[in-house]
Write a protein that binds this ligand. Structure first.
Ligand code: FES
Ligand SMILES: [Fe+2]
Length: 380
């Protein structure tokens, strides 16, 4: 749906700062190269603690980080082949989370029915992904497409972001091109103008026009003169729960969001500079120098200023969650609607599912009363 681009004051519904995620999407949880064969590490994805491990074949698995025996965190254990072993009594769990061995059990003894929840995982673009929702939906949902990643001559700059703020605050920061003022000492952009805006149930597409001047813009290939002004189009595509933003011919940035909890969000970003095309062979030489340089002196300087604002916004919100704020950018308001709608859709679908399960269990019980055989679920 095409939306008006007029800037107009509207009160923000603070509910957007208190909503949860829709877990029925793929979320990034770690850089793939940070998890070596045989290693296990804890990650938290929207308040769910997960033990992430790489087995001896290089496959990544994700189990609920709590042993079904006594609740010990499984990330404290060790990897044995394709299993994760709890450090307390040595129970072994396979990648489906089932207990497959108890070292002190006689071989013929039946194992107890005990399992840790397992999550679908995938590895793509150097990132480990986890699907925290209904696992039957995992194959129906796509990890975002990053076509530049498979281009051998394009240089990828991975960047990690950590913010002590709700995911709505960090997502609004990305959609908010009107905050060039914050970055004025970095020769950030000026004269922003919202050109077009579209919204669906799960996406927001905004196009802005912005201007740049100064040395940095020359370096980025935005202008030919160091004191000249160049005007560019910035396209921001939000496809719940991740971002892709491009600046005409200059950069393509993918921001994969990892909501950790109500006050903490991480970002796994992939930055591509289309003008910087280096052969694979040369990349191995320049990468160790160029990647940290671009990260440190271009990206992080902007990000650090953003983080300060996002965290300040979060702190003040927590001090007084009742206070109402005013927004003027219709792109932010559209984004807030998508975030709230996605959460509400998930809550609604889960309650419908629960209702159906209760109905089927009560039907089974009624049948059992007639036949005299109790269903398994009511015996447990
Ligand atoms: S607590 Fe994990 S094996 Fe006992
Ligand atoms: Fe910024």
């Amino acid at each position: 749906m095409e939306l008006a681009t007029t800037l107009k004051g509207q009160t923000i519904q603070n509910r957007v700062r208190e909503i949860g995620i829709n877990p029925n999407y793929w979320y990034p949880v770690a850089w793939a190269d940070s998890l070596k064969v045989g290693q296990v590490t804890p990650v938290t994805l929207w308040q769910q603690s997960i033990a992430l491990y790489r087995d001896d074949q290089g496959q990544v698995h994700a189990l609920e980080n709590a042993c079904p025996h006594k609740g010990i965190e499984l990330h404290r254990g060790e990897v044995l082949g394709d299993r994760l072993v709890c450090p307390y009594h040595g129970w072994e769990f396979n990648s489906a989370g089932e207990c497959v061995n108890i070292p002190y059990f006689p071989p013929e003894q039946k194992l107890p029915c005990a399992s840790a929840r397992s999550y679908p995982t995938d590895e793509k673009y150097g990132i480990v992904w986890v699907f925290p929702g209904d696992s039957t939906l995992a194959t129906l949902r796509q990890i975002p497409e990053v076509p530049e990643y498979s281009d051998p001559n394009s240089l990828v700059i991975p960047i990690t972001g950590m913010f002590n703020s709700h995911f709505s605050i960090s997502n609004e920061n990305t959609m908010d091109v009107f905050h060039g003022y914050l970055h004025k000492n970095l020769q950030g952009w000026f004269d922003p103008f919202l050109l077009s805006l579209k919204q669906t149930d799960s996406t927001v597409d905004a196009e802005y026009r912005v201007s740049y001047r100064g040395f940095l813009s020359k370096l980025l290939g935005l202008s030919t003169e160091s004191n000249g002004i160049t005007t560019r189009i910035v396209s921001i595509h939000y496809n719940y729960p991740h971002y892709h933003s491009t600046m005409e011919g200059v950069s393509s940035l993918y921001l994969m969001r990892m909501p950790v909890g109500p006050n903490e969000t991480r970002s796994f970003s992939l930055l591509f500079l289309p003008k910087v095309r280096i052969s694979k062979r040369l990349q191995n030489l320049v990468k160790p120098i160029l990647v940290p340089l671009v990260r440190r002196f271009l990206f992080m300087r902007f990000l650090e200023q953003d983080v300060e604002m996002m965290e300040s916004e979060q702190r003040i919100f927590q001090q007084n969650p009742q206070r109402r704020y005013v927004e003027v950018n219709p792109a932010i308001l559209a984004l807030q609607r998508v975030l709230v709608r996605q959460y509400e859709q998930f809550v609604q679908q889960s309650s419908q599912l629960e209702h159906r399960q209760e109905e089927s269990e009560s039907n089974q019980t009624q049948e059992a009363l007639v036949t005299g055989q109790m269903p398994e679920s009511s015996v447990r």
